[in-house]
Write a protein that binds this ligand. Structure first.
Ligand code: PHE
Length: 434
């Protein structure tokens, strides 16, 4: 309706000191005045400040240097009637209605143009938790490399799947009351047996990844899982040694094995998936990201529960060098390009390696994961062939999330102190891809 032109100009204003000088005369004037009153020095001329001299660029510069004047921008507008000028707001039509079509009004209607630049109104919708955002980044990295997701819904599991099947001795410090939450009711688990729910979930994921076990014919030829033999093999490999291992040589307790625990690591799930692979041993890649529980002293960086990201790779002829190379590629996808490996100990892997990454912010090496090659004492009792080797590695989901979102206290991320505003407003995450 209205058109306008903008005119910028500069105005010169007196500073406080400049104003005083204008009222009372310059400092020099006052001095000279006094001198004059004493009659010692005759004053012939005094400098005169008028607008003419202010407009002089040289003079202006000099006065600005002495901080007697300053400049200020003046914006003025000249406004005139625009091409669509009207005294009343014209009605703009926002919807094309059936009535308008019927009456033909649409031909002359004044339609409001779409504003494609407008932002959508903020929706009062749900928001993904930062852990879920980082989790989905990890899932993509795994899916892109042909990994199949493992079913992780069994938070409560037996000692068998969490420890014994992994060749963790029954007197291992990790099993005692300090680290593991034991379940008292029910008092004990069943012996390992087929798990229909996990079986169905696993099949669903393999189907999605186009990695179902063989053809229908081949499936019929699969070795049935012999849980009785698996159980006895585990007992044997702990107590007396088997599969070329001398074992731990202690009286193995069935009660200890069947105690129910809140799983302490997702390697319990990996173990279940690997024993299933023994039906039809072949190269395979699996991953999981879910919750685990440890009875730890709660502080700024530890809770009694956290999430593990775990990967498992089974293939013939795998070597430790291959695992290191895999991990370098994997962590490079998270933006961590400088890795160091430190020999470590896990009862279920040999060799085992802690993974360190250089944290440029902290200026030091920090542990970012744990890894290794699963022991024959774990794989052979399942019925996996000797020459099928299996890599495993695990890391926490919380650590990269805290680094990504600049959270220094884990209680700001999980639990009752979490600020919902933080959850709703934080940005999507993108792990730096290489
Ligand atoms: N279970 C280990 C942990 O809790 C991680 C790991 C998984 C190590 C697989 C080796 C192989 O940290």
């Amino acid at each position: 309706m209205v058109a306008y032109d903008t005119k910028d100009s500069e105005q010169v204003l007196l500073t406080g000191e400049g104003e005083m000088i204008c009222d009372e005369g310059s400092h020099e004037y006052k001095v000279w005045n006094v001198v004059h009153k004493r009659g010692r020095v005759p004053i012939k001329e005094l400098p005169i400040r008028d607008t003419k001299s202010l407009a002089d660029a040289k003079m202006l510069k000099e006065l600005m240097k002495r901080q007697l004047v300053k400049t200020s921008k003046v914006i003025s507008y000249s406004i005139r009637k625009g091409s669509k000028y009207a005294k009343e707001m014209p009605v703009e039509v926002t919807d094309l209605t059936a009535d308008m079509l019927a009456s033909g009004d649409w031909k002359t209607a004044n339609f409001k143009p779409y504003n494609f630049k407008t932002l959508g109104a903020a929706q009062n919708a749900g928001a993904l938790h930062p852990l879920n955002k980082v989790r989905s980044e990890f899932r993509n990295i795994f899916f892109n490399q042909g990994f199949v997701e493992m079913p992780t819904s069994r938070y409560v599991d037996s000692g068998f799947w969490n420890f014994d099947a992994l060749f963790v001795p029954q007197q291992h410090p990790a099993r005692d009351m300090q680290d593991t939450f034991f379940i008292s009711d029910p008092p004990r688990a069943d012996r390992p047996r087929p798990d229909d729910a996990a079986e169905a979930a696993m099949e669903e994921m393999e189907k999605g990844a186009n990695m179902l076990f063989g053809t229908a014919e081949q499936q019929k030829e699969r070795k049935p899982r012999d849980y009785e033999r698996y159980w006895n093999n585990i007992k044997e490999v702990h107590q007396n040694g088997a599969f070329g291992s001398i074992g731990y040589r202690y009286p193995w307790s069935e009660d200890e094995c069947l105690r129910l625990v809140l799983r302490t690591h997702t390697t319990a799930v990996s173990t279940w998936v690997l024993h299933r692979l023994a039906e039809d041993p072949r190269p395979a890649r699996y991953f999981s990201i879910d919750r685990v529980f440890r009875n730890e002293t709660v502080d700024a960086t530890h809770l009694a529960e956290f999430h593990q990201v775990e990967g498992v790779i089974a293939d013939f002829g795998l070597t430790l060098g291959g695992l290191m190379r895999f991990l370098e590629d994997f962590f490079a996808k998270l933006g961590i390009t400088n890795l160091r490996f430190k020999p470590a100990y896990n009862p279920y892997t040999e060799p085992s390696m802690e993974i360190f990454g250089y944290h440029t912010g902290l200026g030091k090496w920090v542990e970012i994961g744990n890894s290794g090659m699963f022991r024959p004492e774990m794989l052979e009792p399942m019925g996996l062939p000797k020459d099928l080797k299996v890599y495993g590695f695990g890391l926490s989901l919380e650590r990269p999330t805290m680094i990504k979102y600049g959270v220094s206290n884990i209680r700001e991320l999980l639990g009752h102190k979490v600020d919902l505003n933080f959850i709703e407003s934080n940005a999507a995450v993108r792990l730096d891809k290489n």
